[in-house]
Design a protein around this ligand. Sequence first.
Ligand code: NOJ
Length: 761
Amino acid sequence: MRLKLIVYLVISLLVSSCMDNKDEKSTRSKSNMDIDKKVDSLLALMTLEEKVGQLNMYSDFWESTGPANTKSAQEKFDHLKRGWVGAMLNVHGAKNTKRIQKIAVEETRLGIPLLFGYDVIHGFKTISPIPLAEAASWDLDAIQTSARIAGIEASAAGLHWTFAPMVDVSRDPRWGRVMEGAGEDAYLGSKIAAARVRGFQGDDIGAKNTIAACAKHFAAYGFVEAGKEYNTVDIGTSTLYNVVLPPFKTAANVGVKTFMNSFNDLNGIPVTAHKELQRKLLKGEWDFKGLVVSDWASIKELISWGHATDEKEAAILALSAGNDMDMEGYVYINELTDIIKSGELSEEVLNEAVSRILRLKFELGLFDDPYRYCNEELESKTLGKQEHQQAVLDMAKKSIVLLKNDNQKLPLKRAGQTIAVIGPLAVDKDSPLGNWRAAAEPNSAVSVLEGLKSYGDNTILYHKGVDLVNDSPSFAKEANINMTNRQGIKDAANLASKADIVIMVLGEHGFQSGEARSKTNLKLPGLQQELLEAVYKVNPNIVLVLQSGRPLIIDWAAKHIPSIVMAWQLGSQSGNALAEVLYGDYVPSGKLPMTFPRDVGQIPIYYNHKNTGRPRNVENNVFWSHYLDAKNSPLFPFGHGLSYTVFNYDKLKTNKQKYSIGEEIKVSVQISNIGEYDGKEVVQLYIRDLVGSVTRPIKELKGFELVDLKKGETKELSFVLTTNDLGFYTNKGAFVIEQGEFEIYIGGSSTTTLKTKIALK
Ligand code: NOJ
C-alpha cells in the first residue's frame, strides 16, 4: 500500500511538472535532456514485468492486419490491466482509444499510457492516391501535404503513430507492396521519404495534430526473391548501401521517430535479428534515438526461418539485435522476464529498449494528458473535411501519368460527342481506395463514370463488359465472376461501335496489390484483354485508363491503343481527378517512378542498371547481353510521362569542365513549352560515372525540379550538384568519390540523350 502511494506521488510529480506549463508550445519544446531525466525516473519505478510489458504490442480485439492472433481477447485485456502492454495497433477512433487508454492509465499500477499505432498509409478517412501514385507526381510539397492530412485525421481519431512511410525501393512489380512505396529509385525515394515523414510528424511531434512516422521495412524488403512476399533477400553490400539504405538514412536524418524491421532475411540473417543493421548501423553509426518495432510476429518467425530454436532464443536474438518492441508476437512478454532474471541478457539491454518507448510517449505529450488525442467532437469535425477532399483531389490529378497520346486524342472535346465508357473498374467506387484504406468508408471513392458524368457536355454510355477477376482471397469472396460468359463482351463492343470515342477503364482491383499480393502474371486480369481487343476491332478510337497498384504488362495495348492514361488507385477523389485530366482542365504532369516492363521475363528491370561487358550488338551476332524473344528496353521507362503540350530542352551546360573535390557543380539548361497548352514538366537530372572501382549504373538520378511553363514560354533552370553527388558506396560500405569523367544528362525521362561531360580531378 505504502509502495503504491509513493509510486503514484512520483508519477504525478513527473506528470504535473509537464502539466504546470499551460503553454503547449513550451511544454513541447522541453529539451531532450528533460525527457531523458523523466524517462530515467520512471524506469527506476518499474518492475521487471512492467518493463517487459512496455515492449509488448498487441493488435486490437476486433481487427487484424496479420495472421490469426494466438492470444484471446480476455488474455490481452488481462495483460493490459497488469500494465503488461506498451502499445496497441488497429485500435482507432477517439472513443475506442479512450476506452482502452483508460484501462492503461487508470487500472494499472503506474498508469503508463499506451501508444496507439495504425497503418495510415495514404490517408485515414479521406484517402489519397496510393503512395506509388503519389510518387509519380514528383511533387514533394503535395506529397507532404497529403501525409499532413493523414496525420491530422489520424490524430483526431485517437492515433499517435502510423506505420508509414514504407521507403522500400523495389525493382519488382510482381511484389504487391510496390504500391506502398515510392518506386525503384533511391534518390527520388529519399526525397519522398523526407516529405512523408515531415508531413506525418509536422514541425512538432508534441502537437495534437501530428503523429509519429515509421520508416519501414528496415531493410531490403523490396528485394524479396522473385517478388514473392515474405521471401528471402540476397544482395551485395553495394546494392544495400547505394540503393536500399539511402531512403532509410534520409528518414533518420529528418527525425523519423520510429523504424520497423522486416519479414525477410538479408544474406542469411532474418533482419529482425540483424545486429549489424539495427544495433550497429541504425542505432550506432546513424545515432537513431527512436524506437524499433518488429513487424507482425516477425520475432516469432525467427523460429520458422530456422534461425532460432525456440521463442526464448528468438527473444534473445531480437532484443540483442536492437529490436525494441514486439508486434503481436507474444515472444517478449512470454520470455523476457525469465531471460533477464537468469542473467542471459542484462537488464541494461532491456532498459535501453524501454527508454526509447517511454521517450516517444513523453514526446507525444501522453504523460501530460493521455486522452489528448481522444476528442470525439474534434474527430467528427476533422475526418473527411472538404479541405481534405480538395487536397487529395489535387494530389490525385498530379499523380496521373499520360503514357501515350497518339494523334492527340486527349484532351476530350467538351461537347457534341458520344462517349462509351467500358470496363468493370469504371463504376467501381471501392477499388480506387487501394489496399491500405485505413478508416475509409468502403465504396466511397468517386468512380470514373461519376466523374465523367459531372464534366463536359457529351452523351455518356456505359457497359462493364466483363467482371473483374481478382486473385486475392479477400476479394474473391465478394466477386461474382463468370469467366465463360462472353455476352458482356459482345454487348460492350456493340455499344462502343456507336460511340465517337471509347474510354476503357481496366486493370487490377485495389485489393490485388498490397501485402501478400505477389503475382506472376501481370497482364490485365480475367477477360479484360479480350474485352479490349473486341472493342478495338469495332472502334479503335480508344482511351485506356489503366488502374493498378503496380506496373502491369500492357504490351498489346501500348502497340494498338492510341491513348493510355496511368491512373493507379487515386483515392477518394479518383473519378473527379481523372475527368479533369481527360478534359484538359488539368494538363497531366506525372512521370513514372517505376519502369513498365514489356514482359514479366524482363523483371527485375530498372533504369539505373549496369552497362555490362556486352551492351550492344556490334558484330551482328548473338553474343551480347539481350533476350532472344524480347527487346532489352522497357515498355515505358522510369521518368516517362507525357503532357498535352510539348517541352523542348536545349543549351545544357556546366559552369566549368573540371572540378576539384568540394567544389559546386552548377548545371543549367533551357526548357521551352513549344506546344499548345500551359503545362508542368518534371525536369530530371541524371549523372553517369564513366569509370568506377565498382561498376556504375548507366544513369543515376541526382536532381529534379517541377517547372510551370506557359504556352510559348522559355525558362533557364539551374541545378547545383556537390561532388558528393558523384560519389558512391563501395562493396565494403565505404563512401568514396573517385576522380574521372562524368556525364550529366537533363531531360523529361530517364532515356534523355541531352548530355554534357565534366571531369573530377
Ligand atoms: C505487416 C506489414 O508488413 C506492416 O507493414 C504493417 O505495418 C503491419 N503488418 C501492421 O499492420
